[in-house]
Design a protein around this ligand. Structure first.
Ligand code: HEC
Length: 259
């Protein structure tokens, strides 16, 4: 029983090899830009300029310490009031900063400790803390990406990346790589990682630790892409074809070696 063979790059028409090469060059450039863009849009959210798991947690699930009020009360405004009153404000923030509780619980503290400076007459550039309206501007919780935003980004991501890896994987399928399972694994990994990546964006909202799955998926996707890119380019233009392939007109028999 004969099975379909595949033709090694070296035995493809020059026009096809040029096509494959140009596509890989453009995809390679696009990939670098995509990584740069991911870095630019997420790095530094946690205060540290490097891209970290924390940055992605903040991007997808929001920052629980992300109100300006809490950040200030844990930072420069820390000494403006006693610790137990700070705690009252934190509890209020963590419970959703409800307006109903503002007058009774929060306003007295602010009146006593804050408005001497935080009023427009004294300091017009500081948040006005005399009334709820001014305070609410610095208590909006940072929720990260909303579900509608995630849905929009994920369908674009799923379609466009499938397209890229279908083409890259198809080009790479003309390479000679043994063992065969390894070749198949390199082709399959990006698609599996694409699914865990996108799923983890949503799951990060439930448990922040999934931010690491986003990072690991991205890393494996990048490694698979780099592997396919380098092996394809190299075998297409620089590789010396083994006799077993050239004696067979560039056909790599599937019967025994590639099932
Ligand atoms: C002695 C004057 C003074 C008092 C009292 C004071 N602040 Fe401030 N506050 C400042 C100044 C000045 C800044 C801006 C400089 C800085 O961030 O260090 C500031 C900044 C802030 C910010 C950050 C604003 C932003 O846009 O990021 C918040 C929030 C804040 N204060 C809240 C409070 C709260 C709440 C209290 C009361 C517990 C308080 N402040 C008491 C002077 C004061």
């Amino acid at each position: 029983m004969s099975k379909l063979n595949y033709v090694h790059f070296k035995f493809l028409p020059m026009s096809l090899r040029v096509l494959f090469t140009m596509v890989l060059l453009v995809f390679g450039t696009g990939y670098l830009m995509a990584m740069f863009q991911a870095y630019e849009s997420h790095a530094g959210k946690d205060g540290d300029p490097m891209l970290s798991g924390k940055d992605l947690m903040i991007a997808y699930s929001g920052n629980p310490d992300g109100t300006k009020l809490e950040t200030a009360l844990r930072g420069p405004m820390q000494d403006m009031l006693p610790a137990e009153k700070r705690q009252v404000i934190f509890d209020w923030l963590h419970a959703g900063a409800k307006q109903e509780e503002f007058a009774a619980k929060i306003n007295p503290i602010l009146q006593e400790h804050c408005i001497a400076c935080h009023n427009p007459e004294a300091n017009p550039h500081l948040p006005d803390l005399r009334e709820y309206a001014g305070v609410s501007k610095i208590t909006a919780r940072d929720e990260g990406m909303t579900i509608p935003t995630l849905v929009r980004v994920s369908h674009i991501h799923l379609f466009s990346i499938t397209f890229i890896f279908f083409i890259t994987g198809y080009i790479f399928s003309h390479a000679y790589v043994r063992p065969t399972w390894l070749k198949c694994l390199v082709i399959a990994i990006p698609f599996a990682m694409l699914i865990t990546d996108v799923a983890s964006w949503y799951l990060t909202k439930v448990w922040e630790g999934f931010a690491w799955v986003v990072i690991i998926s991205g890393a494996f996707m990048g490694m698979a892409f780099a592997t396919m890119w380098v092996i394809s380019m190299w075998q297409m233009w620089f590789w010396k074809v083994p006799a077993s392939i050239s004696d067979n007109d560039g056909q790599i028999p599937c019967l025994h070696s590639e099932q």
